[in-house]
Design a protein around this ligand. Structure first.
Ligand code: SAH
Length: 246
């Protein structure tokens, strides 16, 4: 069974999000690596994610540091959790699956649209990517950047930007991998155009109020200068909507 990555049922308010950011100034919490190991073996590997780099990255990132304090006991259950402002931290299985689909190699350049709390961002960095991440909520973008820096991720590893990511990030293109962690009604063409040769775009596609399709798009540059794309359907998912200003 999988849980949707959508607005979770455990209602978080802006106050709760403040609690999450308040955790930034608190002393480090327990390591909880036993719970992570259990989560990886029971809910990630068991469901078919076998890439060792991805599993090790999931092991290294302390998910409880990305979750509002009052929900921290649930950090290692396989479900999305509210992070405030109507947004969620994605379900760990889906984070692992999308990271595996992105086929990150050491040194790859990766673009993430929808930073949220920064959890997927940290997992991507731990697989060896340098990441540009864009978040449309100014507050979440600032909180995520502060959290990632507190956890030791440097500007060379992660560049955080607040803004609408629907047009991608032209300045950093081309990217070896692009992940979108909110559901797009249709494929944003700007993202396909910012993929490198053999680049991978992984994203949920579909309406915000129904089940969406997790898709992977692979770019091939042709000798005549054109690009062709190969797309595949992975599984049904449910994400919060991608909000595009145009
Ligand atoms: N990556 C997160 C999941 C974030 S939920 C994780 O690791 O758990 C999706 C996020 O996408 C939300 O924070 C939402 O505010 C953001 N978002 C929605 N539309 C966006 C857009 N056009 N550009 C950038 N971020 C967007």
């Amino acid at each position: 069974m999988w849980w949707p990555c959508s607005r979770a049922q455990l209602g978080a308010s802006a106050d709760e999000a403040n609690t999450a950011s308040g955790a930034d100034s608190m002393p480090p919490l327990a390591d909880r690596s036993d719970e992570r190991a259990e989560m990886i073996s029971r809910t990630i590997r068991a469901r078919g994610v076998h890439d060792d780099r991805v599993l090790q990255a999931m092991m290294r990132v302390p998910r409880h540091e990305f979750v509002p304090r009052h929900l921290q006991p649930l950090s290692y259950t396989d479900q999305p959790l509210p992070i405030g402002y109507g947004q969620t931290i994605s379900q760990p299985y889906i984070v692992a699956l999308m990271t595996e689909l992105a086929e990150i190699k050491q040194g790859d350049r990766c673009l993430e649209i929808g930073t949220g709390c920064g959890y997927q961002t940290a997992v991507l960095v731990e697989t060896g990517a340098s990441v540009v991440t864009i978040e449309i909520s100014d507050v979440l973008a600032a909180q995520a950047e502060a959290r990632l820096r507190r956890l030791g991720y440097t500007p060379a590893q992660v560049q955080c930007h607040a803004g609408d990511g629907c047009m991608g990030w032209e300045d950093g293109a081309p990217f070896d991998a692009i992940l979108v962690t909110a559901a797009a009604p249709k494929i944003p063409s700007a993202l396909l155009s910012q993929l490198a040769d053999n680049g991978r775009l992984v994203l949920p596609v579909g309406p915000h109020d129904a089940i969406q399709r997790l898709e992977k798009w692979l770019r091939h540059n042709q000798a005549d200068g054109r690009a062709t794309y190969e797309s595949s359907f992975i599984l049904n998912v449910q994400f919060v909507p991608l909000q595009c200003s145009r």
